[in-house]
Structure formats: structure tokens, C-alpha cells
Design a protein around this ligand. Structure first.
Ligand SMILES: Cc1cc2nc3c(=O)[nH]c(=O)nc-3n(C[C@H](O)[C@H](O)[C@H](O)COP(=O)(O)OP(=O)(O)OC[C@H]3O[C@@H](n4cnc5c(N)ncnc54)[C@H](O)[C@@H]3O)c2cc1C
Length: 287
């Protein structure tokens, strides 16, 4: 339970952080809130020789509007997401999801950037980002790249980021006014990672689904965007038969492992149950 020895660095700019990470290569690691990385270090599943702390970089904080997008700095904490009035009004699923992550102690320091950059399929925000069609701003040796969240996740703990990269912000297109949303998460107890979870954003017009997007958490090596299921629902009134077909399509793309949270078949079924509940709640809160 004691991490290996490391040298601590505290850069004050993104450029400095990228330079340090590029210099250290595989021996270096960015640290944000530390609430995923430090437990890994204590278990010796990560043994970086250099830790590059992003906490001193003011540019990585804050929530701002940019046209029809909201741009959230990577070092914005989950607690700050919960307290943001613009987010609560425009993208309420972020607040709802943040409230289901861990406990207040973790949320005070755990960051949005750390949650989405980590690559752990158990993290809750990545599936929400797929659902919202977010884009990640990543700065590395070649300058800034913008990577769609839907192309970012490659495998458990493997992402499109390269050594020397810093994720600086998350850009989210604001969903239509009056949209409905929900994040339904099955967990064994408060503070646990998901057995399965589903994020839904939908817009309703004239009693029919005008647009729909679905993300699934912890039922594969990566978060999943359930594109086919959303297509089935679009144009429907979310009648029981169509929801059943969409749930089956979503379950079909899952590939969970059997673990302490349950056997694989159970977790797939729970993804379907979470999706049904999220659809019903998103429909009810759409205007
Ligand atoms: C008891 C407990 C329960 C938890 N439960 C949940 C849960 O239910 N759901 C959930 O989603 N999470 C959960 N977490 C994880 C928590 O939300 C973490 O805080 C979060 O996943 C990582 O954010 P962080 O800022 O702490 O990142 P860190 O731990 O500092 O970093 C995580 C990884 O991301 C990299 N990284 C971080 N920021 C950047 C960046 N800006 N650019 C490049 N790389 C970066 C780091 O190098 C590291 O590899 C839990 C944690 C604990 C301790």
C-alpha cells in the first residue's frame, strides 16, 4: 500500500507540462486529482518515476461558453461540475452523473479530465461524453489536437493520447433546449463503480423522438456508444415494442467480463434494464 519512489514536478503552464511528460516518456505520468492514479500506485499497478502535477496550471480550470458549445477545463473537479449553474441548466446530465461518482471526498478532488483520460471502463463520464458527442482538446508535441470522444477509447486503459500529451479541455455541444436526459447506474453500494450504467439524451417533438443518443458504462473494455439502438428509437413514440428492440440492440454490443459485480450475462441484462429506465426518465423530463 506504499507507492514506489517518484520525483514530483509542478509545472505552471500546459507547455511546461507537455515538455516534462515528453522528456520522461514512459517514466512520467500526469497527475490530476490522483484518485485513480494514487490507488494504482499504491497497488504498484503504476510505478511512474516522475509525477507531473497539473494542479498549478490555471488555464486548465473553469467552465466557459463558446458559441453553441460548453468548454470545460480538464482540471475542473466533479464537485465543481455539480455546483455549476450554467451546466445544471444546459447539460443537466453532467450534474446527475457527477453525483453518482464515488462520494463527496473523491468528488472534491477528482477531475473531469482525469475521469475521461484514465481509460478505465468503470469511469462514468466517458459514456456520457460519447452520448453528448463531446470532443477532447489534447495538447502534445505537435500542438493541439481535437479528438472526438467517440474515437478516443481503444481498450481498457488505452486511449488516443500519446506520451507527452495533456488533455486540456472537454468541448460539449449543448443539446437542444427542452431535451430530456438521464444517467441510470446500477451499483452494489454508494460509492461503487457501475455494474452497468446507461446515459440517454433525447429530444421529443410532437410526441415522437426527434433525436436520441445512448452511452453505456462498464459493459465492455471501453465505454460504448449505442448508435443502432438510438436509430431504432428515433421517430418512435418510445412505445414498449420499439424500446424492447432498442434494448436488445444495445445489449447486443456489450461484452462485459464476469467479475465481483456479477456474471457477464447478468451485466449485459442490467445494461438493458438501465437503458429502459434512462429512456423512460429522459422522456418524462423532455419538454
Ligand atoms: C473510492 C473511490 C471510488 C470511486 N468511484 C468512482 C465511480 O463510481 N465512478 C467514476 O467514474 N470514478 C470513480 N472513482 C474515480 C474518481 O472519479 C477519479 O477521481 C477519476 O476517475 C480520475 O480523476 P483524477 O482527477 O483523480 O485523475 P488522476 O487519478 O490524477 O489520473 C487518472 C489518469 O488520468 C491521467 N490524467 C489525469 N488528468 C490528465 C490530463 N489532464 N491529461 C492527461 N492525462 C491525465 C493520469 O495520468 C492517470 O493516468 C473513484 C475513486 C475512488 C478513490
Amino acid at each position: 500500500m506504499i507507492p514506489g519512489a517518484f520525483t514530483y514536478h509542478r509545472p505552471s503552464s500546459v507547455g511546461e507540462a507537455c515538455g516534462l511528460l515528453a522528456q520522461f516518456g514512459d517514466d512520467g505520468r500526469a497527475i490530476a486529482g490522483g484518485h485513480s492514479l494514487i490507488p494504482m500506485m499504491k497497488l504498484r499497478l503504476a510505478t511512474p518515476a516522475h509525477l507531473v502535477d497539473l494542479a498549478g496550471i490555471a488555464d486548465l480550470k473553469g467552465v466557459r461558453a463558446d458559441g453553441n458549445d460548453i468548454v470545460i477545463g480538464a482540471m475542473t473537479t466533479q464537485h465543481e461540475l455539480i455546483g455549476s449553474d450554467p451546466l445544471a441548466t444546459k447539460i443537466p446530465i453532467l450534474r446527475e452523473t457527477s453525483l453518482q461518482i464515488a462520494d463527496p471526498q473523491v468528488r472534491y478532488v477528482g477531475t473531469l479530465g482525469g475521469n475521461v483520460a484514465n481509460g478505465d471502463p468503470g469511469n462514468d463520464m466517458p459514456a456520457v461524453m460519447l452520448c453528448l458527442n463531446a470532443t477532447y482538446h489534447v495538447t502534445g508535441k505537435g500542438g493541439e489536437r481535437r479528438i472526438p470522444a467517440r474515437e478516443f477509447y481503444q481498450g481498457a486503459y488505452f486511449t488516443a493520447m500519446e506520451a507527452g500529451d495533456v488533455l486540456t479541455a472537454v468541448r460539449i455541444p449543448v443539446p437542444p433546449v427542452g431535451h430530456g436526459s438521464a444517467y441510470e447506474k446500477l451499483k452494489r453500494k454508494i460509492g461503487d463503480y457501475a455494474t452497468a450504467a446507461a446515459a440517454v439524451i433525447l429530444a421529443v417533438s410532437g410526441g415522437k423522438v426527434a433525436s436520441c443518443s445512448i452511452g453505456l458504462t462498464n459493459v465492455a473494455e471501453t465505454p460504448l456508444w449505442a448508435e443502432e439502438a438510438a436509430k431504432i428509437l428515433t421517430g418512435s413514440s418510445l412505445d414498449a415494442a420499439t424500446v424492447k428492440r432498442a434494448v436488445a440492440a444495445a445489449e447486443a454490443i456489450t461484452a462485459p467480463s464476469s467479475d465481483a459485480r456479477g456474471p457477464a450475462a447478468y451485466r449485459t441484462k442490467m445494461a438493458g434494464v438501465m437503458l429502459s429506465r434512462a429512456l423512460a426518465r429522459a422522456k418524462a423530463n423532455a419538454r
